[in-house]
Design a protein around this ligand. Sequence first.
Ligand code: DX5
Ligand code: ZN
Length: 220
Amino acid sequence: MNILAPSILAADFCRLGEQIGQAEAAGAQYLHIDVMDGVFVPSISFGMPVIRTIRKCTGLFFDVHLMIENPERYVGEFADCGADLINFHLEATDNVNGVIDKIRALNKKVGVTIKPETPVKKLEPYLHLVDMVLVMTVEPGFGGQELIPECVEKVKELRRVLADRGLQHVDIEVDGGINEGNLGLILDAGANVIVSGSSVFHNDIDVNVKKFLSQMRKAH
Ligand code: DX5
Ligand code: ZN
């Protein structure tokens, strides 16, 4: 199934609850939550208190994207404050299997994320252990950037590798620079979970969500 995961990084934080409600009412299925530590990426966003608070005002599935060094230190706390799925970066830990095991033990879905320069090959030892692979389509750290076209090729390659290994059930999420103009290409490449920040959280959020969803349904 194709899923839309609006990223609250682009929301108006004065009206966060209201804007999440608009995205939910318009049919978005996930909420993408970008956690940045100022070390793994240059920027700092928000953490557990914000997630714990918004957990009270929405039933959306929380897709937490950890852009933090050594995520094993914090997966327990993110599970506790309301994450449904925890995405961590392959590049951020020396113990990928350990992080996967920790998230599983917390009964949460597991996603592993790769930056634009990380090849699909590096994922191969872990593909049978995860629910999702998040392929970054921009350098992580900031919203509002332009999609890097080479990353779309990585999505195609990953879809092929997953099919060859009988792992079609693994979701491929894409994140960064996705808009109505390039959405078709990304869906054709094989992604089925679509993150969008700045193209959703501006002006008429409900209209933006519905436009994305209608294109995603046609592609399905
Ligand atoms: C970037 C974040 C993204 C970001 C996407 O590091 O991981 O989730 O919010 O924003 P847009 O859609 O504006 O590129
Ligand atoms: Zn993200």
